[in-house]
Each structure stands twice: as C-alpha cells, then as structure tokens.
Design a protein around this ligand. Structure first.
Ligand SMILES: [Zn+2]
Length: 409
C-alpha cells in the first residue's frame, strides 16, 4: 500500500491522504484550511473514491474540486453529507465576499452532492482491494474513522475525541497494525471538561451579575451545539446566532448521531434563535449570545462586538484554540481586533475557555496504546515530535511523513 499526504501532514488543516493499493487510488479527506485566502492541498491525481471523515472544511472543503475533474464516489455518513454541503456553498460565498479566486463553483458542489454515497457506522465498502469499515470517531456528530482490512489492518482516525462530550460519545480504540492518527493536540493537555464548564458558567454569572452581556464565539459545526447543551443546564437567557442554528436543526434530523437528541432539542427550545434585526437588538440586551465565527473572522459576532466592545461590564468568552493569524488570536495577544477593516481596541473583558472536540495529548497516547499498532503514522499536527518521542520511548515505530512524501505501509 502506497501513501502520500497531499496536505495535513506537518500541519493542522487541509488534510488529504492519498492511498494506492491493488491498482486503485482513493483519498481519505480532501480539505482546505479556512485562512484568508484559504490554503489548498496539493493537486490530487484521478481517484475512484473519497472517504470523508467529517464535515469540517479542512477535511471536506476541496471535494467539489475533485467532482469537477474525476468520476468518483464520496463515502460519508448522511449527516456529514448534509453539513459538508452547507460549508462548501458557504466557502464560495466567503471567497466572493473576500475577493479571492475560488477553486470551484456552485455547480461543482451540486456535482459532489450527486457523488455522495451515504454509509453508517458499521458499514463495510469494498475499495482498493480492501474491506473498509466505518466507525464512530467522537469529535462531532457523524465523524468517522475508517478501518482498512486486507492482509493487514490499518485505521485512519480523521479528527477524534476519545472522551464523551455533551453532543457525542467518545471514540473507542480499534486493534490495528498501522494507525494513521491526528495529532492536533500533541504536547498539549486539556483541562478537565467539567472544570472548564464550571469556569465558563461562573464567568458568565459574574458578567450577568454586573449587568453585562457575555458573547460566546463558537464554531458553527459542533461547538455551538456543545455550548447550547451546556447553557440549557443553567438558568441563563441565551441567544443563538450564525450558521450554528441551521447545523443544530440538521443534527436533530439525524438524531442517531447524537448522544441525546432529546437534550439538544431541549437546548434549542430553551434558547432563542436570532432570525431578524429586531431579535438581534433583543439579544444585545440578553445575558448570553452564542454566535459565529469562533475565531472572530467575520460572522454575526462582529456586529455584536461592535455594539459591546466598549462596554466594560460585558465580555467576549472564546471557546476554542485561536489559530495564528486569526482575529481572535490578535485579540488575545494584543487586546485589539479588526472591525470591518479597521483595527480597534476591545475594552470589554476577554476570556478563553478550552472546550475542544479533539483528544488531548494523554488521550491520544492512551488511544494509541489501546489500538496496539506496530506502526503509528502521525498527521494533522504542527508539533508531532512531542507525541512521537514518548511513543518511540515506549517501543512504537512512529512515522511523521511530510506533505508530498511518498511512503509504503
Ligand atoms: Zn474537525
């Protein structure tokens, strides 16, 4: 079996794993990094199939480019198909608004929709001369790990979380010979989730008690719903804005991928969805606003912050890692951020709460040991050595291939 990372080797983002076996070629994910402009993976040669792990843009974002050129099947869970298309159409809109060339158009996305073949956890597909089985990956609803069974067993994790979240159950290890695993959090631990949740709730309470509004920027896919579930257990009056509203609705239509659809339905009912300018004005007088984008690069969060940035009683409470080069990172580091092209100081309180959908360093080590592979191939990480070193000390053979480098398994 020949492998090559077309992207997402030594970096977090734009994953594309090209596999050649038995005279056939397939890709596992083909995404773009949603920077401004987006970073694209290397050009893929003709492939017969794409196995999509989940509906984040850095995993699914470039599949329409493939549909434009090649005759292929795109395997994914129904909810991954549903949410991916929302993001693909949205990425065209963002590209047009920002004025950079888009790698595909709406017709390409419609082609991709026709290429999708939906599968469920437990489904097995014959491809590459192997049997390929889908397993739950934790992370977000519908996220899939692929187990490739032939002479040997290879597991491709995509993005995983091994601990239970409010939205989805954690992933279970699968025995394999070769393990291709993400390493986003190599060298970094998450604080215990219940502690972080407690800290976030306490901070919101403080903000509300002093008469302010807490703005909680969150990614539309996964994080918004996770925060909704947390808030539904509190007494706060909360508002939901941005694409996360649509995603929540779609999740409820595919309840089999949720830990509890009852709880998510309740969280939707308990909060208010912002659908009109009047509702937006009401939200500004409310207690909590959960909205996109998670890293403050556009989305309704900018308009809310425009109103509240000088209100020292209010706060912006970030819920995820802020990638280098984003508006959110700039805010954390300098106290300034960009509003419609102008750099301005933010005087309201700024907080950070690490609610991650990825396995932390020790979670990854534990998961890898429980899969008991002979070889571990680390990808999707910019600090892979921090994970490779302890694994090698424990006797594992570890590979850290660079983008473009061909290797055999
Ligand atoms: Zn992801």
């Amino acid at each position: 079996m020949k492998l090559q990372f077309l992207g997402g080797g030594q970096e977090v983002g734009r994953l594309g794993i090209l596999i050649e076996n038995d005279g056939a070629r397939a890709l596992f994910d083909y995404g773009m990094t949603a920077t401004d402009p987006p970073e694209l993976p290397m050009e893929a040669p003709p492939v017969d199939a794409v196995f999509l792990t989940h509906s984040h843009l850095d995993h699914c974002g470039m599949i329409p480019w493939l549909s434009d050129r090649y005759d292929l099947d795109v395997f994914a869970t129904p909810i991954t198909k549903e949410i991916s298309q929302i993001l693909m159409f949205d990425s065209i809109k963002v590209g047009q608004a920002e004025g950079y060339p888009e790698p595909y158009d709406k017709e390409s996305v419609r082609k991709t929709l026709r290429d999708f073949v939906t599968i469920d956890y437990g489904s097995t597909i014959d491809a590459l001369g192997l049997e390929i089985t889908a397993h739950a990956a934790g992370h977000i609803p519908g996220a899939t790990m692929y187990e490739l069974s032939g002479r040997k067993n290879t597991l491709i994790t995509g993005d995983i979380h091994t601990l239970n979240q409010r939205l989805v159950w954690g992933a279970h290890p699968i025995k394999c010979d070769d393990l291709i695993i993400e390493s986003t959090y190599a060298g970094r631990e998450h604080p215990e989730r219940t502690k972080i949740e407690y800290q976030l709730i306490s901070k919101i309470e403080e903000v509300v008690d002093r008469g302010g509004t807490a703005i909680v920027p969150a990614f539309a896919v996964g994080r918004t719903q996770e925060v909704m579930l947390l808030l539904s257990d509190t007494k706060f009056d909360y508002w939901i804005d941005g694409m996360g509203k649509t995603v929540a609705r779609r999740y409820l239509e595919h309840s089999e991928y949720l830990r509890s659809s009852k709880k998510l339905a309740n969280a939707r009912r308990r909060g208010h969805e912002v659908r009109t300018p009047r509702a937006r004005a009401a939200a500004l007088k409310g207690e909590v606003i959960v909205t996109t984008s998670g890293m403050l690069d556009g989305g309704p969060v900018i308009s809310y912050l425009t109103e509240l940035k000088n209100d020292e009683k209010s706060a912006v409470l970030l819920t995820g890692y802020q990638v280098e080069g984003t508006n959110g990172r700039r805010l954390v580091e300098t106290g300034m951020m960009e509003f419609y092209g102008n750099l301005e100081r933010v005087r309201c309180e700024v907080g950070f709460f690490d609610i991650s959908a990825h396995a932390g360093h020790s979670d990854l080590i534990r998961f890898i040991k429980d899969c008991s592979p002979e070889r571990v191939i680390l990808c999707h990480g910019d600090q892979r050595e921090l994970l490779a070193d302890p694994l090698r000390r424990d006797g594992f053979e570890v590979l850290t291939p660079m983008n473009g480098e061909e290797f055999e398994l």
